[in-house]
Design a binder for this molecule. Structure first.
Ligand SMILES: *Cc1c(COP(=O)(O)O)cnc(C)c1O
Length: 362
């Protein structure tokens, strides 16, 4: 390992592809003859405009985003989207939410400030360890949208089949699975993703929104910045955007295109997740926390028989050179986040470590 980098299993901010970091390092002091770092550049300059335009074009290519969708780069990370979605999409004041864990709960709590929230389905009964059946949801006729968190980062579940929204628009928080597998954008009204999980640095969300959902008639209380139309009308340059995040994400988009696109990512991610899940399924000490058919390929929560042993494994893993394997404070246990940039070797090394620990402690 050239840079002595650790296998970082953080849920986010998380690992980025090493070749991307190398390129960024090489361009740090003087971006392609501009005489400055991207951090020092005017967001109105030609050189930055090209960085922004290429990032959008590459993302469009990567996801085959149809022409009637806008791509927006919005500051405030994921949490701001919890508010922007109801502010912009609640015309009748009714949002349908599928409650699958920590991040959909946050979205629900925020939406309640702006209108009526209907919980269309929930997996709260089993501690959010599965994705509820969404084939026949009870969706009121006046619902403005159906909202899902497509990959619950903390609980470790993912949708392999999208809900039947009965004609209502589907809104998806893809933060912790964005670009991990192919995605048919035309099935959604709006997709958003905080980029620090599977793409780049923190502090920005990518929003993909169908054009007909952009509105001029938002309630007066909606801040200018919180209107999707503000960003759409100004190519995400209404104010100073997160230039650095746009630049880094753009590099990751190019990297993914150069490495087989989302089909290839999906194959790699399936392979990586299988290594870890196969081990957990056979282990006598460690248990996966999620129903098999709904297991995330990105975030893998697991437990030992006791909290004390969980903590012991986390400490031992750290000493062995792995980082950020502690489960989220709300659920405990352990969690390995294995996003696009986590190499297969990292997952193999982790499994070797866990096997050895088990042999010594079971
Ligand atoms: C991390 C995360 C968020 C919140 O993102 P912030 O940028 O920290 O606000 C929202 N949804 C999901 C699924 C996440 O994983």
């Amino acid at each position: 390992m050239k840079y002595n980098r650790t296998y970082n299993f953080s849920a986010g901010p998380a690992m980025m592809p090493e070749p991307v970091l190398e390129e960024i390092a090489a361009e740090m002091l003087n971006y392609r003859g501009s005489g400055m770092c991207v951090m020092e550049m005017s967001h109105r300059s030609k050189v930055f405009q090209q960085i922004r335009d290429e990032a959008e074009a590459d993302l469009r290519r990567l996801m085959s985003i149809p022409d009637n969708y806008k791509v927006l780069f919005v500051q405030g990370g994921g949490t701001v989207q919890f508010a922007m979605v109801p502010m912009n999409l609640m015309k009748n004041g009714v949002g349908c939410y599928v409650e699958t864990g920590a991040w959909s709960k946050k979205a629900i709590a925020e939406a309640k400030k702006y209108g009526e929230v209907k919980i269309a389905a929930s997996s709260a009964d089993k501690n959010f360890s599965y994705i509820p059946d969404c084939s026949d949801l009870d969706i009121p006729g006046n619902a403005d949208y159906v909202y899902i968190c497509e990959n619950e980062t903390i609980n470790g579940t993912t949708y392999f089949k999208l809900p039947d929204t009965k004609g209502k628009i589907l809104v998806s928080d893809q933060s912790s699975m964005f670009l991990s597998r192919p995605c048919d954008v035309s099935k959604y009204g709006l997709i958003w993703a905080g980029v620090q999980k599977n793409v780049g640095p923190a502090g920005m969300a990518v929003v993909i929104i169908r054009e007909d959902l952009l509105r001029d008639d938002l309630p007066k209380f909606v801040p200018t910045y919180m209107s999707y139309k503000t960003h759409a009308d100004n190519d995400s340059l209404y104010n100073t955007p997160n230039c650095w995040a746009i630049y880094c994400c753009g590099k990751v988009f190019k990297y993914l295109l150069d490495n087989g696109g989302l089909e290839a990512m999906n194959r790699r991610n399936q392979e990586k997740a299988a290594i870890l899940y196969d081990f957990l399924d056979r282990s006598r000490l460690f248990t996966g926390a999620v129903a098999k058919e709904d297991r995330s390929l990105m975030n893998v929560p697991f437990v030992t028989p006791s909290k004390e042993q969980d903590a012991e494994v986390v400490a031992a893993s750290k000493a062995a050179g792995f980082d950020n394997l502690k489960g989220h404070k709300s659920v405990g246990g352990l969690r390995a986040s294995i996003y696009n940039a986590m190499p297969k070797e990292g997952v193999e090394a982790l499994v070797e470590f866990l096997k050895k620990y088990e042999a010594e402690h079971a």
